[in-house]
Design a protein around this ligand. Structure first.
Ligand code: AMP
Ligand code: GLY
Length: 424
């Protein structure tokens, strides 16, 4: 098979590398890809959001399957456009991707189908939002932009002033653009967070190994929110009992709700959960693989990923038994100094071999480019250094030992990835 992966970050590198293990794959393509991905797949310079460009490219290189990985092309309807041309694609169509594309949609869905989540109200008028906040007078309070905002559309306000500023910056200053035309104000929940990515063909839901993200830029969960600074899998908070409850009260009800709304979801559905004292609650849905969750989940997958993608597309997920490896995985993100704020790029990276790899670990490239035989930085998150081992402690030691062998000017990484998971 010839497969094209759309996207160009660490998640896409992890998908490409997993696909490259399949005996069914003859040729891998990626667009736009990055420096590291180019060592495993032929890359093109068509942007991940260029729907017409990706359709044209898929025809030109006559691929057998396209895997659409990022949220924006999914929400914009890339899978719909590919299917219209008779091209097989893994990922939800736009009618189902709205589960991530609109927080108002997903909150209303959960309310309608009794899927446990934080209590909320929706506003499209900043004045009404402020009146509600003043009247309610409970803090912290959570304020979310309706649409996609690069994982940054959530503000946790500790007092009235912060809430007022949040409403103003989202709705009036429009820092997230039209994504902020409506907002959701919701109840602040507490408890450990768990990411559960699931394969689903719209009938069967097959949860992958659970994982734990580290969203803040600095150690001890300090600093700004980022796309994710590291992950571990499995997540020790996701016990057998919690998993059973999630399947019963969250996963199946969500799949059924989407079918009932004539928005059948096929692809990878990501459940961002909080395990509150009252039980698991949905914090967010994503219509795609998580980044950097994928970088710890896929290395533990034993079953051929091509078979799974085919089963999802053909609605035959019940025909395969998805197997996972025992043990644990850890991924430490190496970012450019300054990320998620301003940072410099084009720094030469040392410690990588000709394939962009490093001994003892898997190096997923997120923001790199090649120049001759060198790798240079080209983004905020640069590399995801992943290791697997029989236990989490060893996986973390291996991952950090890999990180210590890699360097570039002003690189930054968290030193405490997985620390909380080890102490449970
Ligand atoms: P989201 O983009 O919806 O995942 O939100 C980003 C982060 O904000 C989550 O990972 C949580 O840490 C936090 N968060 C979101 N919603 C809530 C909530 N209702 N209560 C507490 N924390 C929340
Ligand atoms: N790591 C969080 C996300 O992919 O949304």
């Amino acid at each position: 098979m010839k497969i094209l992966v759309v996207g160009g970050g660490g998640r896409e590198h992890a998908i490409v590398m997993k696909l490259s293990e399949s005996p069914k794959v003859d040729k891998l393509y990626c667009t736009p890809g990055n420096g590291g991905i180019s060592k495993y797949a032929q890359c093109f310079d068509v942007k991940a959001t260029d729907i017409d460009g990706v359709v044209a490219l898929s025809k030109e290189i006559s691929v057998d399957m396209v895997v659409v990985a990022p949220d924006d092309p999914l929400v914009m309807g890339m899978v719909d456009a590919l299917n219209k041309e008779g091209i097989r694609a893994f990922g939800p169509d736009s009618s189902a991707a709205i589960i991530e594309g609109s927080k108002v949609f997903s909150k209303d869905l959960m309310k309608l189908y009794n899927i446990p989540t934080a209590g909320y109200e929706v506003f499209d008028d900043p004045k009404a939002a402020m009146e509600y906040i003043k009247e309610k007078n409970t803090y912290p309070t959570v304020i979310k932009a309706d649409g996609l905002a690069l994982g940054k559309g959530v503000i946790i306000a500790q007092n009235e002033k912060e809430a007022e500023d949040a409403v103003k910056t989202i709705m009036e200053d429009k820092i997230f653009g039209e994504s902020g035309s409506s907002i959701v104000i919701e109840e602040f929940l507490t408890g450990p967070e768990v990411s559960v990515l699931c394969f689903t063909d719209g009938r069967v839901v097959a949860p992958m190994i659970s994982s734990m993200d580290h969203k803040r830029a600095l150690d001890n969960d300090e600093g700004l929110n980022t796309g994710g600074m590291g992950t571990v899998a499995p997540n020790p908070h996701y016990t057998y009992d919690v998993a059973e409850e999630c399947m019963k009260t969250i996963f199946m009800p969500t799949i059924n709700a989407m079918n009932n709304e004539h928005r059948t979801f096929k692809g990878c559905l990501y459940f961002g959960l909080m395990i509150t004292p009252q039980g698991p609650r949905v914090i967010e849905y994503n219509c795609r693989f998580g980044d950097p969750e994928t970088q710890v989940v896929l290395p533990l997958l034993e079953t051929d990923l091509v078979d799974i993608f085919n089963a999802v597309i053909d609605e035959k997920l019940d025909s395969i038994d998805i197997k996972w490896k025992d043990g644990a995985a850890a991924c430490v993100i190496i970012a450019s100094g300054g990320y998620p704020k301003k940072y410099e790029t084009s720094k030469e990276i040392s410690g990588l071999d000709e394939k962009g790899q490093h001994e003892g670990v898997i190096v997923y490239h997120a923001g790199t480019k090649t120049e001759g035989d060198k790798f240079l930085t080209s983004g905020g998150r640069v590399l995801g250094v992943t290791a697997t081992a029989p236990d989490l402690k060893t996986a973390l030691e291996k991952a950090y030992s890999g990180v210590n062998g890699i360097s570039f000017e002003k690189m930054h990484y968290r030193k405490d990835i997985g620390k909380k998971a080890l102490n449970i």
